[in-house]
Design a protein around this ligand. Structure first.
Ligand code: C5P
Length: 339
């Protein structure tokens, strides 16, 4: 049985190798730097605070349905400055307990709880974990909140308890929790393939014209499984959009608007009139471009100027919409490079 210690800082980094099969500019996740600083961590005695960021999907190509029931994807994701705060404490009681500002998220099913439990079981850890979750990321919204919480807990406990887990170990645990969880181990900008678990981090380059991201969360929740289940083969694409956007950003070129494609969007707009209405209202309020994030229902619109984003946001508030004004953020780098 492994006894844990509450040691200070371990900023071990792992070697980075170039990916040979993909674009040479891309890095392979399996060799990538899963920095201990991927999520900011503040410790105080036996308590540890972690930020857990949301994401948007700039693109989402669905390549086809797989034998295991999942879909083969290519998607470019970016973490954004909208985050939940997680407070971890070590407890003497065995097990994991979650208390959230959204009480419906309390319980063993919570992905953050399952992440802590997976580590305890894997390493036969005797200590229990208390998880307090101040939820700000909308739930079941296409913003990856639950997956991000799980990755944040994995990284934080590994760092805090100095757990003997290699990056591939951590990746395997993350992938077993959900398709988006591996992305959040590094965050930033990345091309994700396979089920979503093959993560190729991209350089933190971001178009100036997209400095501000206005998010609109329609009141409905959308089940990712239901969206994938009803997806017709007509909406499958071959990954071209995601590769084009990934390659453009990596080389500091502004991607073409037509390449910001989300293969789930057509079906979601058709099946959920609230989302179609919200999209129309965002455009009417002055957004030049609107896209669905993941399986939705959250929509995002990029702006170069804060003043225009704010004007649009106020018009949406007058209509009673829930909105978030945010920006791209790469938790492990000082500053994103705007071009
Ligand atoms: O992996 P995760 O549990 O987050 O996925 C939720 C649901 O979304 C899956 O049960 C599956 O129905 C669908 N999904 C999919 N293909 C993916 C990812 C998710 O069909 N690559």
């Amino acid at each position: 049985m492994l006894q844990i210690g509450r040691k200070g800082h371990d900023y071990t980094t792992f070697g980075i190798k170039k990916h040979s099969a993909l674009d040479k500019l891309f890095f392979s996740m399996h060799n990538a730097c899963m920095s201990q600083k991927a999520q900011p961590i503040y410790t105080s005695g036996s308590t540890l605070f972690v930020r857990s960021y949301a994401k948007i999907n700039l693109t989402l190509d669905v390549l086809g349905r797989r034998a295991d029931g999942y879909h083969e994807l290519a998607t470019v994701m970016q973490t954004i400055d909208l985050y939940d705060t997680i407070c971890l404490t070590v407890t003497d009681e065995p097990g994991v307990r979650v208390v959230s500002t959204r009480p419906e998220l309390n319980g063993d099913d919570n992905l953050a709880a399952r992440a802590a439990q997976a580590l305890r079981q894997r390493l036969a850890l005797p200590q229990g974990v208390g998880i307090e979750l101040d939820k700000r990321i909308p739930v079941a919204a296409g913003l990856g909140g639950g997956s991000s919480n799980a990755a944040a807990v994995l990284l934080a406990l590994r760092h805090w308890w100095q757990l003997p887990l290699t990056p591939p170990d951590l990746l395997a645990i993350a992938a077993s929790l959900g398709s988006d969880v591996p992305f959040f181990l590094t965050g930033g900008l990345a091309l994700c393939e396979g089920r979503g678990e093959h993560v190729t981090p991209l350089a933190p380059h971001w178009p100036y014209a997209m400095r501000w991201l206005l998010l609109l969360k329609p009141t409905i929740s959308v089940s990712t499984a239901a969206v994938f289940r009803s997806l017709p083969a007509d909406d499958y694409t071959d990954g071209t959009y995601s590769r084009a956007v990934g390659a453009a950003l990596q080389t500091k070129r502004v991607p073409q608007l037509k390449d910001f494609h989300n293969g789930l969007e057509r079906g979601v707009l058709e099946r959920y009139p609230e989302v179609a209405q919200a999209r129309e209202d965002l455009l009417k309020a002055g957004a030049a471009f609107v896209r669905l994030s993941g399986s939705g229902p959250t929509l995002f619109a990029p702006f170069s100027e804060l003043a225009s984003a704010t004007r649009v946001r106020l018009r949406l508030h007058e209509k009673g919409y829930e909105t978030y004004l945010t920006r791209a953020i790469s938790p492990h780098v000082e500053n994103i490079h705007f071009f």
